[in-house]
Write a protein that binds this ligand. Structure first.
Ligand SMILES: [Zn+2]
Length: 312
């Protein structure tokens, strides 16, 4: 019996010692993000020190997400909430945060991160804020993650925030950021090269989701199927757009997967243009799992469409 006890004590001591020295006793940081893009970035930086869940799915319109009670439960136990900000989530997120009764993740709390604060934001209104007229981009364009430089700024903000929440893992998060940044730099060179022959290409987009993407990769967006962000197409606007596309010989309409394709298809028939359903978010289809996958997918789709329309 004495012998057994001795072994038992040794086993316990080894387990405790091993756990403490490897840092495995620390619980993973529970991260909830509003979108799958933010979740993908949080996984890049957080690795196995985080458990990440996204609220909106990548194939949904992030402006309009149906609030489910299960989201409140996720938020209740979160250590960190990461949001896109710029009022992208204003129609559905604030009541969920309030109802979670989780003090850490309230705006301004230690576990709240607005990823837009260090990103480069386009379309910032200079005059009156026009939300009264239905524009869902009153604080500048909230689709800023579609620019790899902003992806890196967001990853850096995540690195800083995760380090605040778990200082002991500072080196781990820093190393993962460095690795991610070098992979993005290599991928960006590849993306730029793929689109370089088509710089200045004129396109129309459905929603104003792509200004950062267009700036980065040299597309010229000459019009939108929506008269204003969040306002459905109207006959008068559609007719004017068709005339403008004919005048400027625009052959590509880029649209998001969550809008009705009827109007883009009608415009395409009248102009000889082609409709391309691009993915604005990670998780838009099953095979787009990472931030880098997202650009690989969209740029491959776009270059094939350009080649096909040019050969017609
Ligand atoms: Zn939008």
């Amino acid at each position: 019996m004495l012998r057994m006890n001795g072994i038992g004590r040794m086993v316990v001591a080894a387990l405790v010692g091993g756990a403490l020295s490897a840092g495995e006793a620390r619980a993973a940081i529970k991260v909830v993000t509003t979108t799958e893009d933010l979740a993908a970035l949080a996984r890049e930086i957080g690795g196995d020190r985080v458990e990440v869940e996204a609220i909106a799915r990548g194939f949904q319109d992030p402006h309009f997400v149906e609030a489910k009670p299960s989201f409140i439960l996720k938020l209740y136990s979160a250590d960190l909430l990461v949001v896109v900000g710029r009022e992208l989530e204003v129609a559905w997120l604030p009541p969920l945060i309030t109802q979670s009764r989780n003090g850490k993740i309230q705006p301004g709390g230690p576990g709240y991160l607005d990823a837009s604060l260090t990103a480069s934001i386009l379309d910032i209104p200079t005059g009156q804020i026009t939300r009264a007229m239905g524009d869902v981009h009153p604080l500048g364009n909230p689709h800023y993650w579609l620019d790899p430089d902003n992806g890196l700024a967001m990853a850096k903000a995540l690195q800083r925030k995760l380090t605040e929440l778990s200082a002991a893992d500072a080196g781990y998060f820093a190393a993962r950021y460095t690795d991610f940044a070098s992979r993005v730099a290599a991928a960006k060179a590849r993306w730029q090269a793929a689109l370089a022959p088509y710089r200045g290409l004129k396109v129309v987009t459905y929603h104003r989701s792509w200004p950062n993407f267009a700036d980065e990769f040299g597309l010229d967006v000459v019009g939108y199927v929506e008269p204003k962000p969040g306002i459905p197409p109207s006959p008068a606007h559609t007719l004017a757009l068709i005339e403008e596309m004919k005048r400027q010989n625009v052959k590509l309409i880029l649209m998001e997967p969550y809008f009705d394709q009827q109007t883009p298809d009608a415009i395409a028939r009248r102009t000889g243009a082609r409709v391309v359903v691009m993915l604005p978010s990670v998780g838009g289809t099953k095979d787009v799992k990472t931030y880098i996958d997202l650009f690989d997918h969209d740029i491959s789709l776009l270059t094939s469409a350009i080649v096909e329309t040019a050969s017609k």
